[in-house]
Design a protein around this ligand. Structure first.
Ligand code: TMP
Length: 211
């Protein structure tokens, strides 16, 4: 059974940890899966990611940013996600189209209806089956994200360097999406410890999934 699961939230929300735990779980129960991310996930996408996240590109126009995320997504969907789903795999994706609503819509202030149109064209009829949003206060998320940046060798910190109110708007965007699409999106309290969150994520997987 193919399944498309995405993970979302502000910087430092703990998505990568949860993707790692779910990945280990899927390995243990011998499921066929693929872990990927946006922006990125393909050769072209990873090169676009570098442009988007490099702090050298501080003057990028919001609209230029929007189109680069869309470009990365089209490539990713056609080259990686759709083929994996066709093969019956479980796809775990670190961020997807909801991030564009939260970051470029709520964060940058680009018209939401417009972004939704671009998303619709980009995604054709593919939508995540399930999305986990890890929600936590912006101050806590940024504290965690900054620690991570200090340890990193590659500098992908253009977004982490945005002001607190930018990240607060992004968080509002995610909360808005969770209210609007309550059937698809599961809102989790990112302040809980990682094992508790992992159990909650397993609980929300479709029935019959373990069989
Ligand atoms: P990551 O560091 O969690 O992988 O995310 C990359 C950054 O890209 C993060 O700051 C959020 C941002 N982003 C957008 O602004 N719009 C998007 O559509 C996506 C997928 C990510």
């Amino acid at each position: 059974m193919s399944l498309f699961i995405t993970f979302e939230g502000i910087e430092g929300c703990g998505k990568s940890t949860q993707i790692g735990l779910l990945k280990s779980f899927l390995k243990r129960i011998h499921k066929s899966f693929l872990v990927t991310r946006e922006p990125g996930g393909t050769g072209v996408g990873e090169r676009i990611r570098k442009i988007l996240l490099s702090s050298e590109n501080g003057g990028m126009e919001p609209m230029a940013e929007l189109f680069l995320y869309a470009a990365s997504r089209v490539q990713h969907l056609r080259q990686v996600i759709v083929p994996a789903l066709r093969e019956g795999k479980i796809v775990l994706c670190d961020r997807f189209a909801d991030a564009t609503i939260a970051y470029q819509g709520f964060g940058r202030g680009i018209d939401l209806a417009w972004i939704e149109q671009i998303n619709a064209h980009t995604m054709e009829d593919i939508k995540p089956d399930l999305t986990f949003i890890l929600d936590l206060p912006v101050e806590e998320g940024l504290k965690r994200a900054l620690k991570r940046i200090e340890r990193r060798t590659v500098k992908e910190d253009r977004f982490e360097k945005e002001a607190l109110d930018f990240h607060s708007r992004v968080r509002e965007g995610y909360l808005y999406l969770a209210r609007k699409e309550a059937r698809r999106i599961i809102l989790l309290d990112g302040m809980k410890d990682k094992q508790t969150l992992h159990r909650e994520i397993l609980f929300h997987l479709p029935h019959g999934f373990m069989g």
